[in-house]
Design a protein around this ligand. Structure first.
Ligand code: MN3
Length: 217
């Protein structure tokens, strides 16, 4: 099962970013998410970030090769951060959801959550609060902060803003409206609560322990 828990296995091959297949059928996330939302999200939205990351990478390579003037690199860098951030977070998102309801974090991950938030309920309050506080489009990401080694929850706006350098993401919930609007309309809290009931804590634990061959960090 190592393959299932890796952050982004199959997200890059032969010099370019590629769209990995969903780790389950689109219909498998019912009733948390409807199949149309999941398929559109993966096949169109996630795919567009992969294409955008490759386009930005190509511009940067051409600047390096002196095909384009160096003034072209600044906007390409911003497009790379946005699109590759989107690609990485979507890879993590599909692996953050289990088709089955889960009992919550276990083992070292449960310990780390208790250390950082006092209890699992404390974590849930923080995660929900951060989710509702994301302005516009963005993500809620549980991860490990590099200096202290403690867990933290970040409300990442767009795909790249409010990220800490060295932050290692373990679990990500997409709160862009395209992730939930068909089923939940504007009820972001209802979607986040449903996500948390099906969060794939087993794969998050493997990411924390670094046992994923697809996670290069
Ligand atoms: Mn999305």
């Amino acid at each position: 099962m190592e393959e299932q828990s890796c952050l982004c296995n199959k997200g890059y091959a032969d010099g370019q970013y590629v769209l990995p297949p969903l780790p389950y059928e689109a219909v498998a996330l019912e009733p948390l998410l409807d199949a149309r939302t999941v398929a559109t999200h993966h096949d169109r939205h996630h795919a567009a970030y992969v294409a955008g990351a490759n386009a930005a990478l190509e511009v940067i390579r051409k600047v390096a090769a002196n095909v384009y003037d160096e003034t072209a690199v600044s906007s390409a860098m911003r497009k790379l951060a946005f699109n590759l951030g989107g690609h990485i977070l979507h890879c993590l998102y599909w692996k953050s959801i289990s088709p089955q309801q889960q009992d919550g974090p276990t083992g070292a991950l449960a310990d780390a959550i208790n250390t950082a938030f006092g209890s699992y309920d404390g974590f849930l309050r923080v995660f929900r609060g951060v989710a509702l506080g994301v302005q516009g489009s963005g993500w809620v990401v549980l991860g490990r902060e590099r200096l202290s080694g403690r867990l933290a929850v970040l409300g990442v706006e767009r795909h790249q803003d409010i990220l800490l350098p060295g932050f290692k993401p373990l679990l990500a919930c997409d709160v862009w409206e395209h992730a939930y609007y068909l089923r939940y309309l504007n009820n972001r809290a209802g979607y986040v609560d449903a996500f948390l009931r099906q969060a794939d804590w087993a794969s998050a634990l493997k990411r924390m322990e670094g046992s994923c061959h697809g996670d290069k960090r």
